[in-house]
Design a protein around this ligand. Sequence first.
Ligand code: UDP
Length: 267
Amino acid sequence: MLCPAEPRYRRVLLKISGEAFCVPGRGGVDGGELRRVAEEVKLVVDLGVQLAVVVGGGNIIRGHTIVRDSLIEETTGHYMGMLATVLNAVAFQDTLEALGVPTRVQSAISIDRVCERFIRRRAIRHLEKGRVVIFAGGTGNPYVTTDTGGALRATEVRADVLLKATKVDGVYTADPVTDPAARRIEHLTYNEVIDRRLAVMDVSAVDLCQRGRIPIIVFDLKRPGNMRAVVLGEKVGTIIDAGAAAEGGAAAPGGRSASAAGPGVRR
Ligand code: UDP
């Protein structure tokens, strides 16, 4: 008889950028892409893992880009970005539920006709009941991103790990799209990411995870079964934690900067 797979993590916070919900290079949401992501999430839920998801909104609006060619104030732009995450959240909710995954959406910005407000204790209760909680609205504050929102919610719900879903399978020594010599780095410390300003996540997000001792795993969401493998503890992507010095030359003095460059890891 086959033993059921044993997850390494009991409670997981998954950060998905809005780009995961659209056809590459296009904006908006795409039903097929939503479904592909939802199927990956279902594989993890079926392991019995408690899963919270923070969704981005970059496929619709990013605050700092919308203001470039408009008379919109930057603060307004960021609120528009936060509202965009709500659109993604409800689209993802319906897609997951159509696959039989129970969900709740909680938003940092109150939109009571559409979803619940973020209430930490209620969110934890949903997780305990096996519902996927989709957090929308980022932090509810302008001038930051949903990466910081992800780290914040991971800390608040006491997640065991933050999974940063991207379109490349981890952090590389250079941009793997343009540099064939680029190598994936298996392990980095929080300090390496912060000190060298590696383009993995916002510094504030990494700092929060460091303080909460929450490991971050950067991985490719679109590779079928990849997130399930991460949750089962397989060596996938790049892990960032407080551990020993990273391999892969990331910390080599004077060496080429490590980079999470590539279409999937932004900023
Ligand atoms: N945003 C914000 N505060 C937050 C989270 C997001 O102001 O706490 C705005 C910000 O303008 C951001 C946009 O919402 O550009 C969309 O979020 P993000 O860029 O993080 O989305 P992603 O790139 O992950 O899809």
